[in-house]
Design a protein around this ligand. Structure first.
Ligand SMILES: Cc1cc2nc3c(=O)[nH]c(=O)nc-3n(C[C@H](O)[C@H](O)[C@H](O)COP(=O)(O)OP(=O)(O)OC[C@H]3O[C@@H](n4cnc5c(N)ncnc54)[C@H](O)[C@@H]3O)c2cc1C
Length: 472
């Protein structure tokens, strides 16, 4: 391609959506500028701990898991709840088409990351709300860090790629209704860049002011997101339509650090801890929920049944996450880190309260007998502890305190299946503008399935990057 006609694509945000868009745009022949306002790259994507979903992958086949795109679509729609049953009034917006693309391209997304980019995604676990194990991670580093860092290295190897960190995009430039570039600030100096734009600036779960506007009832809850302002106003300023903004996900398991219990920012107790066999216990030591139900259902079971406590102005709960030796071994790559952080500790089961021991014994008996769980938990993961008195007396388990936390924002800019941003008024798309990842809305309905965010970033990030490079 002649340099004279090489298109320029500007990507706002260095999370997985932005990195995927940048990669696709480079592959489609564009020159790419990737801007992130933070000096630290990777956004929330780099924190992802459970993994990315894919239906019909080689890793599933190797683990003996039978899955289909239809099953995956249905699980996503079930988790998304009422929003999937209500027809949209936004011209050009088609929720079902977005989820169809998400589910049908999920195995390709996992294959792209593992085969083309070189990320280990060979382990699958069953997360809450999923009918089967389809959330992929590697054997070593947590998936978010390994995906982001590997992808960044691949991008940096291209001569057509320019990375600008600490570059805060302050507005999108427009000419005759089309987006033509960005204005940004770096080192207190204002700059502009011309090109087609992909906004991949993430969600607003770290923006107290936006949360107060859209979900005032969540005031005081802790969050897994670092405090940071949402950048949705960049999009609305050029006429973008937002949707589902009041759908904010509460994750049931954020760790309460015993050293700083009232801290507003919490480490996520990754869902795979329950997927691999961990159980939840009430303040009095009883099981109370199917730990593998959707995030909304597990969070509701906690928040409705037990009183919250106010610790330094943070509204939280006192629930115990417990992993037996089998679950802990399966989650070993994460457990060491959580133990080092003081969030999980290894204890003799026999030193815990009689109520906890009785709950563990009853659960172990159900697993051992293969009988139906009283809370309809569909799978027991790698739980191995036997219910006999000697096994219980000898057992060492991991325990940590967890609480529901604000985690993810389902709402954002309305897009079509190619990642083009839909207009709030008059129908059609905003020319020159694409968006992908958590800044967009619609794919997850009311409640996102664990592992679907990284997947959304890849599927729609690649689509947006390709579209922006080609200009269609
Ligand atoms: C602790 C934790 C664990 C998670 N685990 C999982 C998991 O296992 N699986 C899963 O699917 N999802 C998980 N998620 C959710 C998932 O990680 C994120 O929702 C997803 O990665 C969002 O990616 P993104 O690229 O859209 O945004 P982000 O990764 O958040 O990146 C957005 C970037 O845009 C930059 N930015 C914002 N505004 C501007 C601006 N104006 N100018 C320049 N730059 C800007 C930000 O600095 C940021 O770096 C987890 C989330 C958290 C917090």
């Amino acid at each position: 391609m002649s340099p004279a006609i090489q298109p320029t694509v500007i990507v706002v945000g260095s999370g997985l959506a932005g990195l995927s868009a940048a990669y696709a745009a480079l592959q489609s022949g564009a020159r790419v500028h990737l801007l992130d306002r933070s000096p630290k790259l990777g956004g929330n994507s780099i924190k992802a701990s459970s993994g990315i979903n894919g239906a019909g992958t080689p890793a599933q086949e190797a683990a003996g898991v039978k899955d289909t795109q239809t099953q995956f679509y249905n699980d996503t729609a079930r988790s998304g709840g009422a929003r999937f049953k209500t027809a949209s009034t936004i011209p050009g917006f088609d929720r079902e088409a977005l989820v169809t693309r998400l589910s049908t391209e999920s195995a390709d997304a996992v294959r792209w990351l593992s085969d083309e980019i070189g990320v280990d995604l060979s382990v699958v676990a069953q997360l809450g709300g999923h009918g089967v194990a389809r959330t992929h991670r590697g054997k070593g580093k947590p998936p978010g860090a390994s995906i982001v860092l590997t992808l960044l290295d691949r991008l940096k190897a291209s001569d057509n790629f320019t990375l600008l960190s600490s570059a805060d995009v302050t507005s999108l430039l427009q000419h005759d209704g089309a987006v033509t570039g960005v204005a940004y600030t770096q080192d207190d100096t204002e700059h502009t860049l011309a090109g087609r734009v992909v906004v991949a600036s993430g969600g607003f779960a770290g923006d107290a002011s936006m949360l107060a506007t859209y979900t005032p009832a969540l005031a005081g809850l802790p969050s897994t997101n670092d405090p940071r302002p949402g950048s949705h106003a960049l999009l609305t300023a050029v006429g973008a339509q937002l949707l589902d903004m009041d759908s904010v996900q509460i994750h049931p398991t954020g760790f309460v650090d015993p050293a700083t219990p009232g801290a507003r920012l919490k480490f996520l107790a990754g869902e795979m801890l329950r997927g691999e066999g961990g159980i939840l216990l009430s303040p009095s030591g009883s099981r109370f929920v199917n730990e593998l139900d959707t995030r909304a259902a597990v969070s509701k079971a906690i928040m409705d049944a037990f009183p919250s406590v106010d610790e330094d102005g943070t509204r939280q709960w006192d629930i115990t996450l417990l992993l037996d030796p089998g679950a802990a071994a399966a989650a070993a790559s994460h457990i060491g880190f959580y133990e080092w952080k003081g969030l999980l500790r290894k204890v003799k089961l026999a030193t815990l309260s009689p109520e906890v021991v009785a709950s563990v014994q009853a659960y172990a008996a159900a697993v051992d007998a293969g009988s139906t769980d009283p809370f309809s938990r569909p799978a027991y993961g790698h739980w191995k502890l036997k219910p006999d008195a000697e096994s219980l007396a000898q057992a060492e388990v991991y325990i940590g305190r967890i609480t529901p936390v604000v985690h993810y924002t389902m709402g954002g800019a309305a897009i079509d299946t190619g990642g083009r941003v839909l207009r709030a008024a008059g129908g059609g798309v905003v020319p020159g503008l694409w968006a992908a990842g958590e800044v967009t809305g619609g794919v997850h309905g009311d409640n996102r399935l664990g592992g679907n965010s990284l997947l959304e970033c890849v599927v729609f990030g690649l689509a947006a990057g390709n579209g922006a490079a080609r200009g269609d």
